[in-house]
Design a protein around this ligand. Structure first.
Ligand code: ADP
Ligand code: MG
Length: 325
């Protein structure tokens, strides 16, 4: 072990063409390192490639190229050890309706070669709050209970690394709290490294010590949560142009100033205090031939950073913005 739970080098994944669809590159040269003991967030919009990355780690999807090491084991060289080091709670609810929770956990433990005497089925049922449903058929379990069972299944072989793919998408508040309690406990008491994906910024900010932002198959930022939020210890200048001078590109924007789109043709220019002044930014806007209708100053949020980094805001308004050129 190198102190890293996960090491990924230049990972790519292209899904083969199906029907009339062209091939789809879901991961495009991802480098990623996750420190052992971390609660690590993989944050990105839908379609960014998060599940593809997770499913490659889980051994469920074949990578196209690149290197993956889990707990120091190269997936290609030591497939068994690397697989034994990780447990994955998938995004999809796929389970056998004819198994009870107890049976599901036993079968899963069997698949991982956990000897009978080392199984912790009762303890896991307790952890996921399904003790009284241990003998109910899966088809009679609520959606929330099924998700908890998926968490249980990821734990049967005591993995060093636990991966949760969108664990709280569409779940109620109670289940969400229960999941977070469990995740924190597994991390603090059992020293488990946790990786979770989410498209909720707040969730990543609240739960994770480190965050990587994924967009269109690439990692666009990776930093401690504190630093990422610290990047935002900055201000945003929101400029609304006159209708006849829409804002397209802004030549001469200093490095580190990020532009994201706002409604009504406005842009938010996120900058760090001490590096640039609002006055300088306004001069740049005016130098681009833009007549300013309104300007105000804001404390930025993670949302702005996220948008600036993933640049989807540009896409949504490119119609208007493009017309400026
Ligand atoms: P996320 O989990 O971040 O929402 P995914 O990894 O599910 O993203 O998807 C990334 C991209 O790969 C998307 O464009 C998606 O449509 C595509 N994709 C995912 N799974 C498949 C598949 N089995 N076959 C073809 N394309 C896929
Ligand atoms: Mg996904």
């Amino acid at each position: 072990m190198t102190g890293n739970a996960i090491e990924i080098d230049r990972l790519t994944k292209t899904y083969a063409a199906v029907g009339g669809e062209p091939p789809k590159t879901a991961l495009d040269g991802v480098d990623l390192t996750v420190r052992a003991g971390a609660i690590f967030g993989l944050l990105g919009p839908n379609g960014a490639g998060k599940s593809t990355l997770i499913n490659i780690l889980a051994g469920l999807v074949m990578k196209t190229s690149g290197k993956v090491r889990i707990w120091g084991f190269d997936q290609d060289v030591n497939p068994r050890q690397s697989r034994a080091s990780i447990g994955v709670m998938p995004q999809e609810l796929n389970m056998d309706p004819f198994f009870t929770p107890r049976q599901s956990l036993e079968v899963q433990a069997g698949l991982y070669g956990v000897p009978k005497r080392e199984r912790r089925t009762d303890e896991i049922l307790e952890t996921i709050g399904l003790t009284d449903k241990a003998s109910a058929y899966a088809r009679n379990l609520s959606g929330g209970m099924r998700r908890r069972l998926l968490l249980g299944k990821a734990l049967v072989h005591r993995p060093h690394v636990l991966v949760l793919d969108e664990p709280t998408a569409g779940v109620d508040i109670e289940l969400r709290k229960m999941l977070w309690r469990n995740v924190r406990r597994l991390n603090e008491e059992d020293g488990m490294t946790i990786i979770l994906t989410t498209h909720y910024l707040e969730e990543a900010q609240e739960m994770c010590d480190e965050i990587a932002i994924v967009d269109r198959g690439r990692i666009v930022a990776q930093d401690s949560t504190q630093n990422l939020v610290g990047r935002l210890d900055a201000k945003a200048l929101v400029v609304t142009p006159q209708e006849d001078t829409p804002i397209g590109e802004l030549p001469g924007l200093p490095e580190g100033v990020e532009m994201s789109r706002r409604p009504a043709g406005a842009v938010a220019l996120t900058y760090r205090r001490g590096e640039v002044t609002a006055g300088q930014l306004l001069d740049i806007v005016r130098a681009a031939g833009i007549s300013v209708a309104d300007v105000r100053s804001e404390e930025p949020n993670l949302e702005d950073a996220f948008l600036a980094l993933t640049s989807h805001a540009d896409e949504e308004t490119s119609g208007e913005a493009g017309a400026a050129a």
